[in-house]
Structures are given as structure tokens and as C-alpha cells.
Design a binder for this molecule. Structure first.
Ligand code: NAD
Length: 476
């Protein structure tokens, strides 16, 4: 299925692919756990056999180091696949539910049925895993799927298309490459579920389009994820974790720490440790970061200009560079850059940075730090670096975030047992393992009467019947 330049051709292609999948959805729904596992294993085998090609595609897209492809993309995908294969039979089993005494004679259970036709729209920053991981869950739940990878990583999008066309019939899974226009045309179709990963702004467009068909949505969005480093924190450890979490994938990670709130009393040792960590990671022998093979690039000129604009705006409004600051527009290179002297009116404190620029703010009382966090949209991640249990609990109790990691960074994505996702502006619904399986399933309640009836509550409502109704209410 290739998309056509003409709008009419595009819509005709999409409609016929959708219709073919709609016709096939009932057959997919009847697949056994073994058949679904077999499809998922095929993905696993293909990925194993084409690892070098996958790494090359992402290197060509934005110089992503192969180690970061292994770490951020393939490891997470393999973990999801293994976990799904291991647990799918259990997830698919009807789950017996308790019955209240008043409903004696019935029994109830829960079954997970596939939602049917699903659409998966993926972003460019982890272009392979964020397209294929939801597909694993969609297939596990017995759905047919259309995938729309990001146009900003065309090498990876092409490879995904190749993989899918080699492994699946188009009525099962099909890929449409293309930009926002293709996405918008897809969103007009009456999908049963849309799994979208991307920005909050486009998330709103997706949800509005889904509302037309009352399609359910999973929105994996972004935003400004803070990290709080209190005076009890192990500053060396925190600095290393935050330097890595900020700069992996060149800061283009949805759960990257977006800004830091450091307790004033530990600011100096923390900053020293943070600078030292960045130097150790990207210029261990004193060479410029630009020559480091471990450092990816900003995905394109548009995003380079956007981040440079944030930097210029901050410096213009009084921020200072504490580390880094150099850029190269010819290669979309931005050095890991620490900013101090931050104020609220700066764009770096209003927009998701999504690049290797890190504003460092300080606070004296933890309530001040919480105020900075809580006056913004609820973040996708909130990181707490502290060895003070009371402080950790205090922050947890008085904030809201999609996920929180205490004393580390980014690892929430790696634990398939943990629900991953945002809250409101940072997302709706959760992914990872069983949570993803649930997103792609309708949780259908089934009640069956085994014996007896409820006819003693039927009209006419005599005094006797009213008493029986009261009894039912009491024992419900
Ligand atoms: P984006 O929202 O610009 O694009 C995502 C997808 O939506 C792409 O496939 C794109 O073609 C499509 N799209 C773009 N404009 C559209 C429109 N008007 N209508 C319909 N579809 C449209 O996001 P991006 O730049 O690819 O990714 C970066 C964002 O994604 C960041 O905000 C980041 O935090 C977020 N993100 C979130 C997660 C997560 O798991 N929560 C993971 C990765 C990225």
C-alpha cells in the first residue's frame, strides 16, 4: 500500500485498506493465543535477523548511535515481546468475578475481546519501538491494525513498511507512510481504537477526530517532566543519571528530565558533578562533543531552529550558560547545555524542550519546588532524587504525574510490569505489558444465570414485592 500524492487516490487507498481489515477483523478476533503468539514471534525473529538494518536506518535518520538503538528501542521491544508471549494465555482466559448474595443463581466473568480496527500513529524520536511495541499488544489482543510511522524518520518508516509487508497480509496489518495529511485522512475513518504517541497538541486533534466515531483512544503524549534533587540526594549519582537521561537520543525523549529543581544548599556540588558527568560521557579525552560517536543529532532543521530559538530567548531574558552552549546548524548539532538564572517568562519554562538544553532552577523549601511543578500541566514523569523517605512521600502526596522514578531516570519505560503513560495533558491510558493489552481490548462483562429467577421483584409492586426489593438492596 503506497500513498498517492492525490488526495482522492489517498483516500481511496485508505478506505479500501480499512474495508479489507474491517472484513477480516472478526477472523482475527477468533485467533487463539498460540496463533497470536506465532505472529508476535515472527516480529521477534524479523527484528533479530535485521538488527543491523534497523540500527543503520536510525543512524541515517538522525545519527542515533547503535548502542542507543539497542538500549532504547530493541531492548524495550524484546522485553515487551517476551513478556507478552509468556503471559498472553493467562491474559486471554476469562476471569471469574465475585457475585453479590442478592444475585445468587448467577455467575459473572470478564473477557477481553479485541476492539477490532485499530490505528497506531507513531512519533519520530523512538521511531521503531513506538510503532512496533503497540502493534505487539494490538496483535496480542486480536486486532487488525493500520500503522502510520513518522515522516521525520523516513529510513525507519520504510523499514517498518518492509517488515510489515513481509510478515503480514494487508488485511491484518498494513503501513501507510506519510505526513500529517495522511494521518488526518486516516483519522476520518471509523476506527474502534486509536493509539497515538506524539505531542499534546496533535493529541488533541486525534481525540477530537476520535470523538466523531466515539473511538476509544490511548494518548501517549509529552510535556515538561521535572526532576527534584533535594539536599539529602546522592548528588554524584543523581548527576550521572540526569546527564544520561537528558542526553540519550540527544534529549529527544518524551520522559527526559525537562528542567531541574535543585535544593539551594547542594547546588554547587551537584552542578560540578553534572558537568563532570557530561564531560565523561561525551568528551572523555577532552575532544569536542561534536566528534563523539555516542551523541545523536537533532532530527531536522525545524527542530534545531526551534531549540536554538528557546536558547536564544532564554539568554536574551537573562539566563546564563553554565555548561556547553555551542551549536552547528550544518549538522543539527547542539551541545549538552546547562542554563542558570531561569525565570518563568522564558520559553524554556513554557514549552517542552525536547533537546539537550537543561534549565537548572533552585529552591529552598520543598513547597516552593512543588509550586513550580504544580502550576504547570501534569507531567509525563516526575523524578525525585532524595534519600529522605519523608521528603519522597511528601512530594508524591502533593504532586501528580504519569509515572515517577525515585533515585533514577528513564527506567520506568523498561519495566513491562509498570503502567507507562501520562495524565491529562501528558496522556490518557497506559501502556506496557498487560496495560497495553487492556488498551486494545474491550473488557466485556458476561453474566450467566445458572438457577433461580428475580421474578419476586417484578411488578405489580405489592407490599410483599417492595419488601423483597429492600432485601435485594440490602444484600447487593
Ligand atoms: P507529533 O505530535 O508532531 O507527531 C506524531 C505523529 O502525528 C506523526 O506520525 C505525525 O505525522 C502525526 N501528525 C502530526 N501532525 C498531525 C496532525 N495535525 N494531525 C494528525 N496527525 C498528525 O510528535 P513528534 O514530534 O513526532 O514527537 C514528539 C512528541 O511526542 C513530544 O511531545 C514527545 O514528548 C511525545 N512523545 C511521547 C511519548 C510517550 O510515550 N508518551 C513517546 C515519544 C514521544
Amino acid at each position: 500500500m503506497t500513498t498517492q500524492p492525490s488526495d482522492t487516490n489517498l483516500r481511496t487507498d485508505l478506505q479500501s485498506a480499512f474495508n479489507a481489515q474491517r472484513g477480516h477483523a472478526s477472523q482475527m478476533a477468533l485467533t487463539t493465543a498460540e496463533q497470536r503468539i506465532d505472529r508476535i514471534r515472527q516480529i521477534q525473529q524479523w527484528v533479530n535477523a535485521h538488527e543491523a538494518e534497523i540500527q543503520q536506518a536510525m543512524y541515517d535518520d538522525f545519527r542515533k548511535p547503535s548502542a542507543e538503538v539497542s538500549l532504547g528501542e530493541l531492548m524495550a521491544l524484546h522485553a515487551e515481546i517476551k513478556h507478552t508471549i509468556r503471559h498472553l494465555k493467562t491474559w486471554m482466559k476469562p476471569q471469574r468475578l465475585p457475585t453479590p448474595m442478592a444475585l445468587i443463581g448467577t455467575r459473572s466473568h470478564l473477557i477481553h475481546e479485541p476492539k477490532g480496527n485499530v490505528l497506531i500513529i507513531a512519533p519520530w524520536n523512538y521511531p521503531f519501538v513506538l510503532c512496533i511495541r503497540p502493534l505487539v499488544s494490538a496483535l496480542a489482543a486480536g486486532n487488525v491494525a493500520i500503522l502510520k510511522p513518522s515522516e521525520l524518520t523516513p529510513h525507519t518508516a520504510r523499514l517498518i513498511k518492509k517488515m510489515i509487508s513481509e510478515l503480514f497480509l494487508p488485511e491484518e496489518v498494513v503501513v501507510f507512510e506519510g505526513d500529517a495529511e495522511v494521518s488526518k485522512a486516516l483519522l476520518e475513518l471509523p476506527f474502534n481504537h486509536i493509539f497515538f504517541t506524539g505531542s499534546p497538541a496533535v493529541g488533541r486533534i486525534v481525540m477530537a477526530a476520535a470523538a466523531k466515531h466515539l473511538a476509544s483512544v490511548t494518548l501517549e503524549l509529552g510535556g515538561k517532566s521535572p526532576a527534584i534533587i533535594d539536599e539529602s540526594a546522592d548528588v554524584n549519582q543523581a548527576a550521572g543519571q540526569l546527564a544520561w537521561g537528558k542526553c540519550i537520543n540527544n534529549g529527544q525523549t518524551c520522559i527526559a528530565p525537562d528542567y531541574l529543581l535543585v535544593q539551594e544548599s547542594v547546588k554547587e556540588p551537584f552542578m560540578q558533578a553534572l558537568k563532570a558527568s557530561l564531560t565523561t560521557m561525551y568528551s572523555p579525552d577532552g575532544q569536542p562533543v561534536e566528534t563523539s560517536a555516542s551523541y545523536a543529532r537533532i532530527v531536522n532543521k525545524h527542530h534545531f531552529d526551534r531549540i536554538q530559538g528557546l536558547l536564544t530567548d532564554a539568554l536574551h531574558k537573562g539566563a546564563t550558560v553554565a555548561h556547553g552552549g555551542s551549536v552547528n546548524p550544518d549538522t543539527n548539532f547542539i551541545e549538552p547545555t546547562l542554563l542558570e538564572g531561569i525565570t518563568d517568562d522564558m520559553l524554556v519554562m513554557q514549552e517542552e524542550i525536547f533537546g539537550p538544553v537543561l534549565p537548572v532552577l533552585t529552591y529552598i523549601n520543598v513547597d516552593d519546588a512543588l509550586q513550580v511543578v504544580n502550576k504547570r500541566e501534569k507531567p509525563l514523569a516526575l523524578y525525585i532524587h532524595s534519600r529522605n523517605r519523608k521528603n519522597i512521600q511528601y512530594i508524591l502526596d502533593r504532586s501528580s504525574a504519569g509515572d515517577t522514578v525515585v533515585n533514577d531516570t528513564l527506567l520506568q519505560f523498561g519495566n513491562v510490569e509498570l503502567p507507562f503513560g501520562g495524565v491529562n495533558n501528558s496522556g490518557l491510558g497506559k501502556s506496557n505489558g498487560f496495560f497495553s493489552f487492556q488498551e486494545f481490548s474491550n473488557q466485556r462483562g458476561v453474566m450467566q444465570r445458572e438457577f433461580g429467577t428475580m421474578k419476586f421483584i417484578y411488578p405489580p409492586y405489592t407490599e410483599k414485592v417492595k419488601k423483597m426489593i429492600n432485601l435485594v438492596i440490602k444484600y447487593l
